[in-house]
Design a protein around this ligand. Structure first.
Ligand SMILES: [Zn+2]
Length: 371
């Protein structure tokens, strides 16, 4: 998306004075202030956009470069310069805009201060699944050690910031009083401090506890995917939201079946008489066994396809297939009788390979199947 013109964002014209720029920014910043627009992504974007425009236009040097070269002059056309700035940066850099130091503005906001509920940290566990479990889905009971809020821990409002989570510093400058807001050092921005910490709990009121979490793993899971169980990570100090439990899937290799995405492959070794005369064979599947028919005259290297006997797609779109690769075993040591038989067949035209034009090579067949 193309970046909007900074003057347009602030609704001012190119000849605007510094006072007009500041006024325009403050108006927009108040309108889209996160305290007024909780959980409003669009307002937050507008708030950040205005902060970026103000940061450039309020600085003579940057403004001149912007006027001359546009966005490219102030940190690159690719959204650079200011894009990585988060709300806290904006508050600490432009805290004075919201405070009382400018033009007697005194309503509503406490120096841009917003207490932030601290969230519990995420926990990560690994779970090993066999092919059958990945094929059908499984519910696992996982043992985890989580930080939990001690039931007897109590907390009170931070006396330093009175719960706002921010400390406002007033500085006297030649331009008048300036206010800057920084995260409260006493409560680290949470607005609360410990009141009573029971024995065994840490200074945030948390205690380590073993827990069992039941996790439903959907059919089609594969190695390396990560499931997120909301709220089952570590609990947060001061009663904030708990972190998540991240479950990383590890795949146990099957003894006979090889997995490729949602498809399975099996190498079937059969005797020469079986491919010549035909046979019925039992093969392993992800969940048990299946019978498969080898037609008389089956070429070694032929791939038989058992539709939908692979793994279901995790996204719910059908299933993979099971491919059976037929390998005919050629004996090494023949009896004199067997040798004589094959010697005789060497002269027999029936044993000569036939290369019909439409006889696709092994590689062409593999390509057709997977292409
Ligand atoms: Zn505080």
């Amino acid at each position: 998306m193309a970046k909007r013109d900074y003057y347009e964002i602030l609704g001012i014209d190119k000849s605007a004075t510094k006072v007009e720029i500041k006024k325009a920014y403050r108006k927009i910043a108040i309108k889209y202030h996160p305290d007024k627009n909780p959980d409003n992504q669009e307002a937050e974007e507008k708030f950040k956009e205005a902060a970026e425009a103000y940061e450039v236009l309020s600085n003579d040097d940057k403004r001149q470069r912007y006027d001359q070269f546009g966005h490219a002059g102030v940190g690159g056309a690719a959204g650079g310069g200011f894009g990585g700035m988060n709300m806290e940066d904006i508050f600490s850099q432009f805290g004075d805009i919201f405070g009382g130091g400018f033009g007697g503005f005194g309503g509503g906001f406490s120096g841009g201060g917003r207490s932030r509920q601290q969230r519990g940290s995420n926990l990560r566990v690994r779970v090993r699944l066999n092919l059958e479990e990945m094929m059908e889905g499984v519910t696992k009971k996982l043992k985890v050690t989580r930080m939990k809020l001690h039931p007897e821990a109590t907390f009170k409002t931070c006396p330093t910031c009175h719960g706002s989570g921010q400390q406002v510093r007033v500085m006297n400058t030649p331009l008048g009083q300036m206010q800057t807001a920084t995260t409260c050092g006493t409560c680290r921005g949470t607005g609360k401090i410990a009141d009573h910490i029971p024995n065994g709990a840490n200074n945030q009121g948390l205690i380590k506890e073993d827990d069992t979490v039941e996790v439903k793993i959907p059919a089609g899971a594969r190695d390396g995917i990560q499931l997120q169980v909301r709220g089952k990570g570590n609990e947060a100090p001061f009663g904030g939201p708990a972190g998540d439990l991240l479950v990383v899937i590890e795949e146990e290799e099957h003894q006979d079946l090889k997995r490729d995405g949602n498809n399975l492959h099996y190498d079937l070794h059969v005797s020469l008489p079986d491919v010549v005369l035909g046979a019925e064979k039992e093969i392993p599947t992800a969940t048990g066994k299946a019978k498969i028919k080898i037609e008389p005259g089956t070429q070694s290297g032929k791939i038989l396809r058992l539709k939908s006997k692979g793994l279901p797609s995790l996204e719910g779109y059908g299933s993979g297939d099971l491919f059976v690769h037929v390998n005919a075993f050629i004996p090494h040591n023949l009896s004199s009788k067997q040798k004589a038989f094959f010697e005789e067949m060497r002269e027999d035209d029936n044993f000569n390979p036939i290369h019909k034009k439409d006889n696709k090579s092994f590689f062409e067949r593999v390509r057709d199947m997977f292409g």
